[in-house]
Design a protein around this ligand. Structure first.
Ligand code: XLS
Ligand code: NI
Length: 441
């Protein structure tokens, strides 16, 4: 069902359909077939594709060096509520034409922040009601909500970690309203991305105190959310830097350590963004693996960086090999726990046609679908799994097994070492693993 408001914004574009890989139609899926079952679930269920309200409907192509290139009607309106309603109409039209089920938002993506706290609160309540009606009429859902505690100048020294208590309390007030909107819209998860939680220089920073404040802030946010009936995940989205020199939620391992230290590990999981992983000098796969091992693989922000650029370019995913490696971890760990795949990606400044945002999302969805199909084949029809298991087979029986079970002490190991003086080298077979992967792409 296509959901239209008073105006049709994407004229001439209908519902995007699956046409199969032989199709030449740039406005059709070639791999993403929502109802096709792969590894026991439909693609729709595996991915829960979501669009990012901020990039798809908030952006206008402007960058540090130049003004807007994309002149969307909803961005040109002056009156904030009218503009916000038009933007919501465009968003629902777009999501329904894509055939996706979800979107993600920050509080002030839904409507422009007011001149003061009270005005912002009123605007948010008005837009929550408007969007709630559109949700009931369309069946489109919200994957996660969040709060923009980054853009307003008051947060220049941080939100939860600001050295000025008044700013910390203001951020809490803002998150409370965002949580209220989240609960009213039956949103499934709530994300914290600490864009300004970190430092530009340690010279002026009391890191221990700031981390304690962030812990306290998240404890109180969790307790408030739960007391209001929010049952979903809270998610931390790690990023090592940008806009700051150093962000406290540097990567998955750091964020998981932080959550455990403050007793938050039962309510929080991780939202992993591809380009944030690469900024932290990790692969996307590495971050998925770390989160999955701790039972915290919550959600994904899908995008990609650029090999030559060292910043968050947030481009739409198109690297099938990278995503296939990721899908191997995704499938083996049982998928995402409550989250989905949110396209936290923006079209380029020079992509100025109304169809470009469709083409971008189709390409992203097809990349994930194609990778999922390949990963499933690799797991079920190639020697990949058995080769991996074989590498560790010395732990399956005898002394190796006893070691794993904690039955051997250092003297036992010393005795075994003495007995096995000659150790035959075992090949790691990296090139074999790599060629197996490529065979299935
Ligand atoms: C920015 C982040 C942001 C979060 C939500 O780098 O990716 O968009 O996903 O605040
Ligand atoms: Ni993100």
């Amino acid at each position: 069902m296509i959901v239209l408001g008073d105006v049709e914004y994407y004229k001439g574009i209908g519902k995007i359909e699956y046409e199969g890989k032989e199709s030449d139609n740039p406005l059709a899926f070639r791999y993403y077939n929502p109802d096709q079952i792969v590894a026991g679930k439909t693609m729709r269920e595996h991915f829960k594709f979501a669009i990012s309200y901020w990039y798809s409907f908030g952006g206008n192509g402007s960058d540090l060096f130049g003004d807007a290139t994309q002149h969307f009607a909803w961005n040109e309106m002056r009156e904030p509520i009218l503009a916000a309603k038009a933007r919501a109409d465009a968003a629902f039209e777009f999501i329904s034409k894509m055939g996706f089920d979800y979107f993600c938002f920050h509080d002030y993506d839904l409507v422009q922040e007011g001149k003061n706290f009270g005005q912002s609160e009123l605007r948010l309540v008005t837009m929550t009601e408007y969007i709630n009606k559109k949700i009931s009429n369309s069946g489109i859902k919200v994957l996660w909500g969040s709060s923009n505690c980054v853009s307003n100048p008051r947060y220049m020294n941080g939100a939860a970690t600001n050295p000025d208590f008044k700013v910390v309390a203001r951020a809490a007030g803002q998150v409370k309203l965002a949580l209220d909107a989240t609960i009213a819209l039956k949103v499934e998860n709530y994300v914290f991305w600490g864009g300004r939680e970190g430092y530009m220089t340690l010279l002026n920073t009391d890191m221990k105190r700031e981390l304690d404040h962030m812990g306290q802030f998240l404890i109180q946010a969790r307790d408030y959310g739960r007391s209001q009936g929010f049952k979903g995940n809270f998610l931390i989205e790690p990023k090592p830097m940008e806009p700051l020199k150093h962000q406290y939620d540097f990567d998955c391992a750091t964020a998981i350590g932080f959550l455990r230290e403050y007793g938050l590990e039962k309510d929080f999981k991780i939202n992993i963004e591809v380009n944030h992983a690469t900024l932290a000098q990790h692969t996307f796969q590495h971050e998925l693996e770390v989160a999955a091992q701790s039972g915290m693989l919550g959600s994904i922000d899908a995008n990609r960086g650029d090999y030559q650029n060292g910043w968050d370019t947030s481009q739409f995913p198109n690297n099938v090999q990278e995503i296939t490696e990721a899908m191997l971890i995704f499938l083996k760990s049982g998928g995402l726990q409550g989250g989905g795949v949110n396209f936290d990606a923006k079209i380029r400044r020079s992509s100025t046609d109304m169809e470009d945002i469709f083409i971008a999302h189709i390409g992203g969805a097809d990349t994930f679908a194609r990778a999922l199909l390949a990963a499933e084949k690799i797991i079920t029809s190639s020697p990949y799994e058995s080769l991996r298991q074989q590498r560790y087979s010395s732990f399956d029986t005898g002394s190796g097994k006893e070691f794993e079970e904690g039955k051997l002490n250092f003297n036992d190991l010393y005795a075994i070492a003495k007995e096995n003086d000659e150790i035959e080298l075992q090949s790691g077979k990296q090139e074999l693993f790599e060629s197996i992967l490529n065979r299935y792409l």
